[in-house]
Ligand binder design. Structure first.
Ligand SMILES: *Cc1c(COP(=O)(O)O)cnc(C)c1O
Length: 496
């Protein structure tokens, strides 16, 4: 049966999977969602436990991307999940401190964004072909630090595409920035903006919604698409690793097939945790979705009160990829808990846009019982990195540490001993300064690359290629623009 994707803000706007991937965003700022997440009925969890990552990926994607042929999907999957990853397992589980850290950072740019952005360019170019698109596709991307490089790596020199990335000039780690501004792909453009991630995301969404701009670009042979998790082509590949992780725990005997697990996710734009939720609707039994925030704790407040309120100070933390006050993908959950009601959802999103907040009804709140939210302070994050390192020499990055702290709070509060999977979203090498000074303050004297070498000594884990690549790389992208000027610089990049 062909899956229909529908806009969260207009029930009459529908798309096939490939059309939704091409468009990225629906009209009026809506997001594409499937009417229902299909259940995986032909296979058992034990069957999946016998498959490798690529095979699990195929089983998930064939249910979600129904207008792709088997050949097309396998082409995309096999080109994405190959030796770009430094382990054949693709997403290995590390067992530490009595729990499971699902390491999602073994791809090219050492953050979990690689899990989806390795495959998105293939999904997108196949979608373009299927739909007879003649225009060049321009990927517009707002990044809180990790999406940018992962998208650049995925789309660099892909024929028929160009990519523009906007990041908050003072809101990313030194390694994140260096990774982006040294990008060599000929079809790439990177700019820092004087603003935060929300400004970048809002600016990008505005360009998407501008019909005049779309018509003008169409005339010039261009059309926009998105590499952010607002694109369903990002979200679906992220469902795969939760199903994969569950079945690895079955395989290693940690759980029996059918046992529930908890999933703990360091959250920013709400894409990763939403993918876990979708995975549970498809097949894996999940007890709680534990949503971990840093000091930008909008989501914690939302899950405790039912009110989403972005009107607060934006805090720059040591987990910059989660420094977000407008979590775009929460909209997909809001739409669902409102009973797939586009009118109700559009009303709430309008309120968010105009007043900075909205409040859900009690009935909607009841549908959120599986979600638990909490947050970690900067001090707690540093202490957690130190604690786990001292306990068993495992060094985690700051984002993973946020999740680890929140998981500890959850267990202390509830006494729940359900086996849990913590999404480990970045390599510690990406946030070396924060990680090393958390372990020992005296490291703060050293330069960024000295710290890289110290981290190698402490962890015994070889410096990843992604870091070696930027040690001496030349800075090629120097644009810094005002958030109001994003459209101008995009036009400039396209030469129109
Ligand atoms: C993007 C990112 C997150 C947040 O993920 P969302 O899907 O935006 O919630 C967490 N950690 C790291 C390292 C990231 O790059």
């Amino acid at each position: 049966m062909e899956m229909i994707y529908r806009s969260t803000r207009n029930a009459n706007e529908t798309a096939s999977a490939s059309e939704a991937i091409l468009k990225g965003l629906a009209g009026e700022g809506g997001l594409f969602v499937p009417d229902e997440i299909p259940k995986m009925t032909g296979l058992t969890l034990d069957d999946l436990a016998g498959m490798n990552y690529q095979e699990v990926a195929y089983e998930v994607m064939k249910l979600m991307f129904t207008d792709f042929t088997e050949e097309e999907l396998k082409y995309c999957i096999n080109n994405a999940y190959d030796s770009k990853f430094d382990t054949e397992l693709i997403a290995p589980i590390a067992k530490h401190s009595g729990t499971n850290y699902l390491e999602l950072f073994h791809g090219k740019t050492i953050a979990f964004k690689d899990m989806a952005l390795s495959i998105l360019p293939y999904l997108l170019t196949v979608s373009a072909k299927k739909n007879g698109v003649k225009n060049e596709i321009v990927i517009l991307t707002a990044t809180s630090g990790d999406t940018g490089k992962a998208a650049l790596a995925g789309f660099a020199d892909v024929p028929g595409t160009r990519i523009a990335v906007f990041y908050p000039k003072n809101g990313v780690s030194p390694v994140q920035e260096k990774q982006m501004v040294t990008e060599r792909g000929k079809n790439t453009f990177v700019a820092g903006i004087t603003g935060n991630f929300d400004d970048a995301q809002t600016g990008v969404k505005k360009m998407f919604q501008d019909k005049e701009l779309a018509a003008y670009l169409d005339e010039k042979g261009f059309q926009f698409s998105s590499a952010n998790s607002i694109n369903i082509g990002r979200l679906v590949p992220q469902m795969v690793y939760y199903i994969y992780a569950y079945t690895r725990l079955v395989k290693d005997g940690s759980i029996k097939s059918g046992d529930p697990i908890n999933v703990v996710v360091p959250t920013g734009n709400f894409g990763n945790i939403l993918a876990a939720y979708y995975a549970s609707l498809m097949i894996i039994p999940v007890n709680k979705f534990i949503c971990a925030s840093n000091e930008n704790k909008v989501l914690f407040d939302f899950f405790t009160t039912g009110k989403y309120d972005r009107m607060r100070e934006f805090i720059l933390t040591s987990s910059p990829s989660m420094d977000i006050l407008i979590s775009s993908n929460l909209e997909r959950l809001i739409y669902r808990i409102a009973g797939n009601d586009a009118v109700k959802n559009a009303e709430l999103m309008k309120s968010l846009n105009e007043t900075g907040s909205y409040e859900i009804t009690d009935d909607m709140k009841k549908n959120l019982e599986q979600f638990y939210g909490n947050y970690a302070t900067e001090d707690e994050v540093a202490e957690e990195i130190r604690r786990v390192y001292s306990a068993d020499n495992y060094i985690m990055d700051t984002h993973t540490a946020v999740a680890s702290v929140v998981y500890g709070k959850y267990v202390a509060e509830t006494g729940d001993t359900t086996p849990s999977v913590i999404a480990s979203t970045a390599s510690p090498y990406k946030f070396t300064r924060s990680v090393m000074t958390a372990i020992d303050e005296s490291y703060s004297e050293k330069s960024d690359f000295e710290l890289v070498d110290e981290l190698e000594k402490l962890s015994g884990i070889k410096v990843p290629q992604a870091i070696e690549d930027i040690r001496s790389a030349e800075v090629l992208h120097k644009t810094v623009c005002d958030k109001e000027d994003m459209e101008k610089v995009v036009k400039n990049f396209l030469g129109v």
